[in-house]
Ligand binder design. Structure first.
Ligand SMILES: [Zn+2]
Length: 458
């Protein structure tokens, strides 16, 4: 087993819990003293740090913070509001979120130490993935250092490990492949949709990935859910192990990473180990707000334990995960985990004709077919005001003409059977947009449609 930080990774579950509690206690006191935003919030809820004697007190009494609370605070006074927690002259970095919800971007300030920790989170996961000094690591995410925390913290993690980061995210897919052939990377980072795209591009160029890139050992995925079938297929095609990480700007880098067992050990989704010595994570049922049990779904509520600036206590992330308790991975590490392949956002869910539809479920159905290159879903109200779903599917050019119509009909049947609601599948007659970082395959036009229907009815 490749331990990056043996002093932490060989702790027992209880020892790790004790360490985390000690850090959390300190963090509560410190934040109360230094951070006007939290002091005001807790005073409003009648909470003082000395009242918090157990984790149950913490969960029961310390209020949750949501994205909107942070955005509201940012206005008074702009740009940071009152939650930065350090004097301005200590700020050594500014980041903002990539804005998945479209309601606005939170700003995060970093001290020099925050920026170090942010890269340090990654070193664990990269090392577990097999990245070593001198390795060639291809970063297909758009951007390197900059205002987006994901690519920036990964870059810093690679630097701390002494690996060669080769940033190709802003280049065309053809140019990426050219550089990959030139440098023969040992590791690659891409979102699942982009890995899919890269695979299709290899096929079009007549390249067999496992032969064209013989040094490739690992592919690090992030930001999207994927099925175990798809992952196994990718491992086979690329001759490399899939790894996965979960991180966020809010967290300041990476929060959870797969170990050397990868994202699909034994053909099933594995675990992303939460770096619990750096953050305190609760996984709560979105309605009852109680901690979920083993194998159950809940929302990540995040408390950062190492951030000096823009610290977060009980931030409700809106990210949906499946929780696994500490010590349950055969690797023996004490960290609790998220099930690999299953991260999504609560606000991604579409309610269609009373059925909860997760885009990741549609992905799993469609991308199980190797002929499917990309798709786009649209939910709208038809002229009769009924909820309608159209899924435009782009098939790979290699798909024979006589296979296309039967495949279209089969996809429609499978979606209905597995997702539980009717979707009209049509073949796209032009190439669909590709995604390099955050995926947006769905548009929901029901709101506009409703206004139109109301207007017509009047
Ligand atoms: Zn493990």
């Amino acid at each position: 087993m490749a331990q990056y930080s043996p002093a932490i990774e060989t702790l027992s579950v209880d020892e790790l819990a004790a360490l985390r509690w000690k850090k959390l206690r300190y963090h509560l006191e410190h934040t109360y003293r230094t951070n006007a935003f939290y002091r005001r919030l807790w005073e409003r809820h009648g909470v003082r740090p000395e009242d918090i004697r157990t984790l149950d007190d913490y969960r029961g009494r310390v209020p949750l913070v949501r994205k909107q609370d942070l955005l509201d605070d940012q206005q008074a006074p702009p740009p940071f509001g009152t939650r930065i927690g350090v004097p301005p002259e200590q700020l050594a970095g500014i980041y903002w979120t990539s804005g998945t919800t479209g309601i606005g971007q939170e700003l995060y300030g970093h001290t020099t130490a925050d920026t170090f920790y942010y890269g340090h989170t990654w070193t664990h996961g990269l090392y577990w993935a097999g990245v070593r000094r001198g390795d060639r690591f291809f970063n297909c995410w758009p951007g390197t250092v900059g205002q987006l925390a994901g690519p920036d913290s990964m870059t810093r993690g690679l630097m701390l490990l002494g690996a060669n980061a080769i940033h190709v995210g802003t280049q065309s897919t053809d140019d990426k492949l050219k550089h990959m052939r030139r440098f023969s990377p040992q590791h690659l980072a891409a979102v699942p949709a982009y890995l899919q795209r890269l695979t299709a591009a290899c096929e079009e160029a007549g390249l067999v990935p496992r032969e064209a890139f013989p040094d490739l050992q690992s592919i690090v995925l992030a930001t999207e859910a994927y099925s175990a079938d798809w992952a196994r297929q990718m491992e086979e095609i690329w001759g490399a192990r899939l790894q996965e990480m979960y991180g966020s700007t809010q967290q300041g880098g990476g929060l959870a990473f797969t170990c050397e067992r990868g994202a699909v050990p034994d053909g099933r989704h594995g675990q992303m180990h939460i770096l619990e010595h750096l953050s305190y994570v609760e996984v709560l049922h979105p309605e009852t707000r109680e901690p979920v049990g083993e194998g159950e779904e809940g929302e990540i509520v995040l408390t950062t334990l190492t951030r000096d600036a823009s610290t977060l206590l009980r931030f409700a992330t809106d990210d949906k995960v499946v929780y696994l308790p500490g010590g349950s991975c055969p690797c023996g590490r004490p960290f609790a985990a998220f099930l690999a392949g299953n991260i999504s956002r609560y606000d991604d869910m579409l309610k269609i004709r009373m059925v909860n539809v997760w885009p990741s479920a549609v992905d799993a159905v469609l991308f199980a077919y190797p002929e499917v290159a990309e798709y786009q879903g649209r939910v709208f109200l038809n002229d009769a005001g009924q909820e309608t779903v159209t899924v435009r599917v782009e098939l790979k050019p290699t798909t024979p003409p006589d296979r296309r119509e039967p495949l279209r009909a089969e996809l429609e049947r499978q979606l209905r059977g597995q997702v539980g609601t009717r979707m009209d599948v049509v073949e796209a007659d032009e190439p669909l947009p590709r995604f390099e970082f955050k995926v947006r395959r769905w548009t929901d036009e029901r709101k506009q449609g409703r206004q139109r229907v109301l207007y017509t009815a009047r």
